[in-house]
Design a protein around this ligand. Structure first.
Ligand code: ATP
Length: 416
């Protein structure tokens, strides 16, 4: 396995494992060859420069994933993007986009394969939002009605009201709105791949969070192959299915999942780059849905007190959770709440804290646990339906498990 081959994610499919063993062509074929990107021994030496900006880089961006290039200024991130997009030519090496040699594609065809989003959106100031978004479809000679319909569809996709925004000029938009239009423009011809070069670098932190969330939501729907450049480790951890940490000349110091990078930095350079606070970052970037939940005995208000007491005695916790008719958590109930009670338990017990959602992060679960006066918080899925509970021990175990899993994976990888 070369440096640039991503480490396997847990539950990796055979296609993904083909990608990690460097058999990228096999992986792309297995995924229907929609839009993976491969760089093979790519070098770029700018005229008059003694050292290459990109030095013999080989890496595979698997189809349908977000790969983040994370590295200090001058490490060649933008050069890699411009190479993939053929804005510049490599000095040597090969670049494959969606199974085709990028160097053999003409620029119009390449734009159909790859959308490009840059910092400050790069919108043309003298064109309306609609004209900016319609540029590539126009290049592809779509008819007017089709372009207009596509523009409206894309504005809706990026959460901008078409009637309000299609006729505006870029100067009449906020920074965040400009970025959304930039993303819409890149998606215009529905390219399988998208390059995003520090797209959210110039907006305030709150807008940035919103744009990141929107990108993840979009990606859930669209499943593009995305190469995303950033300087920001937290942005990389949040967005990346895999992260490539680059050093000078685009040397790939580590190419792995966010968890793997946090738990097992490949070398001192990576460790220094990600800084401290790994455990907190793991909590911040892992979801409640990804950890085993603690199950507690369940009860319904109409259940008999004696039966509930028996269930608690047989369970591993000193209490049960009372659920309503739609299985939404309502109360905790302890045996002492049932002293002397016969018949249905009714409204006995104490209300649970506001449940956390399975899609919340472990950090949000921790915040909730710190604030409530019960050691357990219920977890719910869609429509508030109860799924299990989280305690501090759940979080500790989750981190320990992640460490063990990545250690075992490493041992497995080392053995092959
Ligand atoms: N057109 C150019 N001519 C000569 N050298 C260049 C050119 N563009 C970039 N370089 C050099 O190539 C190296 C990599 O630059 P590049 O812009 O790819 O880095 P980067 O990682 O994107 O940096 P940043 O994070 O600051 O945008 C740098 O040393 C830069 O000075």
């Amino acid at each position: 396995m070369s440096d640039a081959d991503p480490a396997p994610a847990s539950g990796a499919t055979s296609a993904a494992s083909a990608a990690v063993t460097g058999d990228a062509a096999g992986a792309d074929a297995a995924r229907g060859n929609r839009g993976g990107i491969q760089l093979i021994n790519v070098t770029k030496r700018y005229p008059g420069q003694s050292v290459p900006a990109v030095d013999d880089v080989t890496m595979t961006v698997p189809s349908g994933e977000i790969v983040v290039l994370l590295g200090p200024s001058g490490s060649g991130k933008t050069t890699m993007m411009r190479l993939i997009n053929r804005l510049i030519e490599p000095t040597s090496g090969k670049i494959i986009v969606a199974g085709q040699d990028a160097l053999g594609l003409n620029p119009v065809e390449l734009r159909r394969h790859i959308g490009y989003v840059i910092q400050n959106a790069g919108l043309f100031p003298h064109m309306t939002v609609a004209t900016n978004i319609g540029l590539v479809p126009q290049m592809l000679k779509w008819d007017k009605d089709r372009i207009a319909a596509r523009v409206d569809e894309l504005l809706e996709l990026v959460d901008l009201d078409p009637a309000t925004f299609r006729g505006r000029y870029p100067r009449e938009l906020s920074g965040g709105q400009q970025q959304r239009v930039g993303v819409a423009r890149a998606l215009a011809a529905d390219p399988p791949a998208m390059l995003m070069d520090e797209p959210f670098g110039a907006v305030d932190p709150i807008t940035r969070e919103h744009l990141q969330d929107s990108l993840l939501r979009l990606q859930e729907e669209l499943g593009k192959t995305i190469v995303f450049v950033t300087h920001d480790i937290d942005e990389a951890l949040k967005l990346g299915d895999r992260i490539a940490i680059l050093d000078k000349g685009s040397r790939i110091a580590q190419y792995a999942t966010p968890q793997e990078i946090l738990l097992h930095p490949a070398d001192d350079y990576v460790e220094q780059f990600i800084g401290g606070g790994q455990a907190m970052r793991l909590l911040k970037f892992s979801r409640v849905a990804d950890v085993p939940l603690q199950q507690v005995p369940e009860a319904r208000p109409e259940d008999d007190a004696a039966a509930v007491r028996d269930r608690i005695a047989a369970g591993s916790t000193a209490f049960a959770i009372v659920l309503d008719e739609r299985r939404r958590p309502v109360r905790w109930i302890h045996p002492e709440d049932l002293d002397g009670v016969t018949g249905p338990i009714g409204t006995r017990g104490m209300p649970t804290a506001t449940p956390i959602r399975a899609r919340n992060t472990l950090q949000q679960a921790l915040e909730s646990l710190i604030q409530i006066d019960h050691e357990t918080v219920p977890v719910v899925g869609p429509r508030g339906v109860y799924r299990g509970t989280v305690t501090l021990a759940t979080l500790q175990n989750a981190i320990r498990d992640m460490k063990e899993r990545t250690r075992a994976r490493r041992r497995g990888a080392d053995a092959t």
